[in-house]
Design a protein around this ligand. Structure first.
Ligand code: SIN
Length: 277
């Protein structure tokens, strides 16, 4: 097994291993790499849904996503699917999953079944690298701030996205969760500080005028959106990607009109973030 850096800021490439046959020592190396790189990309896997679930269970509990359509017979696996005639995709903007939960999902494991001939890449951004590169004055300014996150505007009944997805997302009535988390999170495993706000689900900074909060979030987002903090993952069928929501953002590109893109996603449960400042 070889593990190398995918980019300076985020991600590791794992080669020469079958995730259905990992020894404990290989799994320990992978776990360490996951902590170091925030996301891992495995090539040439051949997974049944049972293999996918078994690999996810090695990391801990599975968090069953309440909004995505599950794979028939496998409630633990969500479909990440865009058909040739559909316009919208899932995850087509910078976000980190489940930040609206008190205990946001630790991460996801995404397996590629059908990939368009070109396009459909996923971008990842490294939150620790982005934090490290902030000017000291900004680090000082945000050190004690907290932000409120929510999901009603994405998954709720009145959300334009929910409506435009035309039945592809479920459970709109059970949306509405909100949670408050530190803007700067000390990662429980790496001990590194990273930014924990995202354009998808962060609503505003607590105890700040709305205009100021919007301006601060826009400044942080513009900083994180610099390509020097990114890795662009180009998919092939059989690839498996996994990412840590406490260390990364991701963005599924929607640039393959007329083609099908189909992946299976398992989300791994996380812990409350309130004590991780
Ligand atoms: C997601 O946001 O989970 C989807 C990622 C992808 O389809 O590449």
């Amino acid at each position: 097994m070889q593990i190398s850096k995918a980019s300076e800021a985020v991600g590791g490439l794992v080669e020469g291993v079958d995730v259905t046959r990992l020894t404990d020592s290989q799994f320990d190396d992978i776990r360490k790499a996951f902590t170091d790189y925030g996301a891992l990309f495995f090539s040439q896997q051949k997974l049944t849904p049972e293999d996918h679930i078994a690999f996810a269970r090695r990391w801990g509990e599975i968090d069953v996503n309440r909004f995505f359509t599950p794979v028939s017979g496998y409630p633990e696996i969500a479909e990440v699917l865009k058909e040739p005639d559909q316009l919208l995709n899932i995850g087509g903007g910078w976000h980190t999953d489940h930040s609206y939960d008190e205990a946001p999902a630790m991460g996801s494991i995404l397996y590629a079944l059908e990939i368009p001939p070109s396009g459909g890449d996923t971008l990842f951004a490294g939150m620790a690298a982005a934090y490290d590169a902030l000017p000291d004055a900004m680090k000082e300014r945000i050190s004690d701030l907290k932000a409120r996150h929510g999901n009603d505007h994405v998954f709720g009944e009145k959300s334009d996205y929910q409506k435009a997805m035309n039945g592809r997302l479920g459970n709109a009535r059970s949306a509405g969760q909100e949670a408050v988390h530190p803007v700067v999170l000390t990662h429980p495993d790496s001990g590194r500080k990273g930014l924990y706000v995202n354009p998808g689900f962060t609503l505003y900074i607590e105890d700040m005028e709305r205009e100021q909060s919007d301006a601060l979030l826009a400044e942080l987002y513009a900083h994180i959106q610099q390509p020097r903090f990114h890795y662009r993952h180009v998919w092939k069928e059989g690839m498996l990607a996994m990412w840590d929501n406490r260390a990364t953002w991701h963005y599924a590109m929607n640039d393959y009109p007329g083609h099908r893109r189909y992946l299976h996603r398992i989300t791994m449960a996380g812990v409350p973030l309130s004590q991780m400042h």
